[in-house]
Design a binder for this molecule. Sequence first.
Ligand code: FES
Length: 317
Amino acid sequence: MSQIVVPTLGHRLQSIPRSWQRLTALCIAAPAGLIVLACIGMLTWSYATARIRAPHDEQHVLELQEKARTDAAFASELADEQAMQTEFRQQRAAKDARITLMLLLASTAFVASMKWLVSLRDRFVPLQSQFVQLRLPPRAPAAAGSRSSALRRPESGEVSAIDLSHVDRIVAEIGRSAEAAIPILQAIQSIYRYLPDDALHRVCELTEITPAQIAGTSSFYKQLRRTPIGEHFVRVCHGTACHVAGARQVTDELRRHLEIPEGADTDTQQRFTLDEVACLGCCSLAPVLMIDEHTSGRLTSLSAYDALQTFLTEQAS
Ligand code: FES
């Protein structure tokens, strides 16, 4: 079923070239910043003049009150002076309110435009940034017909990591903007089953996506893999029911049998990738594991490896 996509303001902005977006943001930020500074200056000046004038006004009123006690002719002058001071304070308060409103509006415009500028900044992140740097090793020489050492077992639908035409096609279909990073990485992973370094190098060459952005995105989303995946994917359920029924022992025993190194999830032959997942939805069979799309239940630490062997035997026959 086709999906109707309603273009949002974000989508429309993405279609505008970044240089224009940056220029627009600067054109808003610069005058807004100047207005903010001017408003702060005017409010400071208003406050300072009021503080300087207040003692003189009070003193003048006191003097008139003193004179009005002995001479009634000063009473009207006192009333005029008090009225004039009251009007001055009201005018000043109204003017300060207008300046404050202008300050709020200009501040909002300034902050929004600066955030916009910062969001456009990633292409300026230096490649040698000390803080967010993608550690891509130097690309291996792409000898014709050679295979990347990262893909020693390209069976099961995998393609050679040095066949970068897939990356070229993906970029041509999805786009070259920084916002296309996630769909591009997902598409690359759907082909190579992980994110090969050569493919990531190629993405950086072809698009506005920076190594820093790729490093951040690929480490943030758990489903994006930077290391090759095994030929078979083994998911051991660690939901509550399976955990209580011994999922930990099942996982540990499988790791031992498959000789998966400490800290890794795939054996050195890249035959099996072992993952711990949440409830698989068949708790009555706990503990449960899935080998590719095949489910086995009511396992023990001993029978888990047998289930794996049975699966492989069935696959071979
Ligand atoms: S907790 Fe393992 S299948 Fe539900």
